[in-house]
Design a protein. Sequence first.
Length: 607
Amino acid sequence: DFVDADGDGVLDLVYLDTSDNSVNVIFGFDPSATTFEEVKIELHAMPTDMFGGFDHPLTVYSTESGDIWMFGSEATGTFGAMPVATLAPGLTMPLVGNFGGEQSPDILSVDESGPELVVLFDPWHRGGDHDPADDVPVPATPDLLDISDNGQFQDDDKTTLNNSRQELRLQFRVDDVVPGARVMLWIDGIRVGSTVIEDDSTSVTIVTDGFTVFRNGFRRITASMEVDGVLGHHSEALIINVFEPEVTVEPPAGDSGDGSTAQTDDEGRLSVHWGDEGEDINLHEQIPDAPPITGDVKLMHENKEGDATRPRPRRYAAGQSDTGLILFTGKDDGSWGQRNLTTEIPDAEPIIGDLDTFETPWGNLNVVGQNEDGDIVIYWQDGAADDNGDYRWNYSNISDGQLAANDQEVPAYASDIDSYITPWGGSNVVGLDDEGHIRIVWWSAESVIWISTDLTEFTESLAMVGEVSAYVTSWGGINIAGQNSEGRLVVTWWVPGGEWQVTDMGEFLSSPDLSSGSISSFITDGTLNIAGLTEEGDVIVYSWAVEDAIWSFEVLEIAEFESVTLVGRVQGYADSLGNITLFTTDLDANVHELGYDVATDAWGLVA
């Protein structure tokens, strides 16, 4: 039958399979599609009747046992079944309607042994004040175990483990649990682990799943229990501080030379190596009153030509602090200054979480991210100079001022974001939403306004996990690399004049599975490159060259890496000759530089 099983307003195909006592749901069923998202939920008794609609959840009844189950995302936090009532076995002709005179729907069935009518009033608890979750005990606040608490002190709840692969999983203890319950662990509302209490224990250790990336910063860890199919309330939150050592890389300004890198230590002090000038700068030593950097950092160069009315091209480092977006600015005399763009611009909001930067074809810099509410916000130059001779910055809330105002769907990014510029001047922000869909928010001179596109829905492809990395070729091809739920590299791509395509690169090349959130991409005129870490923690590089038009991959065998654990995103760049430079970090925050020499066709450790 076709019902709205998950309450999203779209009909799904639901069928009962009595051979294994299961309820099967194909979400958003489209007969013309080649792939489907299907869920099978097995019950303890044979399902015989189902009914559902847009005004009440999908409900299944078993004449064998008399059990009634409610299905949906609201039942368990993820799509699943929740027992709501038990009637006498053998009832027939269940109907849903308003039989009790209240606003909530009821179930009417026939007991043929009587015969008599049986009415079950409001089994979904839609009309009453009682919440079934109130009957489920609430566990104690989770505790980060010492084996995962590798901060300066054993009890500071600080960790460099980010859960991106099995060896980087975290362990938590949860007390005040009850036998038979399923105990679930959550980070910022996303489930990252669960276990079932099999004995009389009142305490349990939960190990995280090993693929949901814990992003840098302060994160809320909560626990909840599911008892007899009812999901209880979350516990009080444990606040942990995730510090994943990572290096930020900016390619050289020209076709050759050294790139620049930036790294923040665990005290929030920012150090930058400017490769084009061979200069190492600790910005917090130069600017003692600069606030600690508590979030993401990006480096930028201005490519505008200086003239009599505008300042000379400058170098920037944009970083998040607890007080707002800090813009470190290299001055003409070689010194550095700082601007807090959030406090400087009226009505500006701080960026929370990841940020990214891009430069328009006409030379203006942009910093994009999300505010505390998850709105997409952007700080942008307009090309004019302020009273101090610096370029003027502005602020806009794209989600409120553009998307919502023009009836565009507003994405809720659950991943880090990436951005890219098309050869025709289009500005694009891309990331994954909480369902793993690739969501692009884009602007062009033709569109005039910002537009939101669900690329996963448009291509009828499967959901992805971790992060995405986008790159644009010189011929205008757009590529968005990520990984599927099995860890394989998947690239969603488009070339001018063609249609969007999806390639499972991991399956096509039989390459190793990837560590979640570790990939980045970079290009030259003739070569496309994607770099990351495998599930085993080795550096892997995918390449495609124009001359042979074939993708290949190489897992780098670096002897020095056998004794270290690499983490985070692998970043790099390639010069016009095809030489490649990669940077990665280990758990001790050491930066490792790798180089590929096109003349010798060999990789080596540079530093």
